[in-house]
Design a protein around this ligand. Structure first.
Ligand code: G3P
Ligand code: CA
Length: 244
């Protein structure tokens, strides 16, 4: 079965990368969530997509220039302010605590392709180990060297390479950086590439699929998972296809 992963939670209908967005995925038929992490000034792993807080909170500035206590004061309800009022930027630890109550997979994307965030890999590994989530978490990043570093430090935790440039042989990217999966932008993937990659025992989880027709195509192509802002639509489509 093709898994459905809620992108930044259920970012189409909830404020991205917030607890309310992750919790919503439980009722929307998702099998897992995708989220983005950066490091605060005091080294806490915080869940936020951009390097700055400008777009998704009522504050301004770089994530790395604020302590966790300072970051927690900003409202991350973003374009859903009227519906959800005050939402805070979560820590990865808060997400892991919530996940104790379900069986969701968690795709943690390290946002370390612009700032290196020294020690981010080590901190994420330590946290995963402290929760014994080695088999529930998949790491991904556009920073492929970081994925290799992560793999060498924690070979028992699955990694995947993210990419958004056309590549006819993306399994080679996974092999080069010793990753177990590829996470391509869905616009640059074909049925043939999906089949060839899967045949090499490498997982394929394209992002971010929000069009029902594309969801249908990729579910029929038997991808490992699809990453979507609308898990509820993907769930409906998958159920229809499975009942045929
Ligand atoms: O992990 C898939 C996808 O989230 C990568 O792109 O920019 O949405 O983090 P972005
Ligand atoms: Ca992401």
């Amino acid at each position: 079965m093709v898994d459905i992963i809620g992108h930044r939670g259920a970012a189409g209908t909830y404020p991205e990368n917030t607890m309310i967005s992750f919790k919503a995925c439980e009722d929307l038929g998702a099998d897992g969530i995708e989220l983005d992490v950066q490091l605060s000034k005091d080294g806490e792993i915080v869940v936020i997509h951009d390097e700055t807080i400008n777009r998704t909170t009522n504050g301004k500035g770089f994530v790395k220039d604020y302590t966790l206590t300072e970051l927690k004061k900003f409202d991350a309800s973003y374009r859903f302010k009227r519906q959800f009022k005050n939402c805070t930027i979560p820590t990865l630890k808060e997400v892991f605590d919530w996940a104790k109550g379900n069986h969701f997979s968690m795709n943690v994307e390290l946002k370390n392709d612009k700032f290196e965030y020294h020690g981010l890999e080590e901190r994420v590994i330590n946290l995963i180990r402290s929760y014994e989530y080695e088999k529930r978490v998949i790491l991904s990043s556009f920073n492929h060297k970081s994925m290799l570093k992560f793999h060498l430090m924690a070979p028992d935790i699955e990694t995947a390479v993210l990419y958004n440039r056309r590549n006819k042989e993306p399994w080679k990217l996974a092999e080069e950086f010793q990753a177990e999966g590829i996470h391509p932008n869905y616009r640059i993937i074909t049925d043939e590439i999906i089949a060839k990659t899967l045949a090499k025992n490498i997982a394929v989880r394209p992002y971010t699929i929000n069009e029902p027709d594309v969801m249908k195509e990729l579910i029929q192509a038997n991808c490992t998972a699809i990453i979507t802002d609308y898990p509820e639509i993907a769930f409906q489509i998958r159920s229809q296809l499975m009942s045929k």
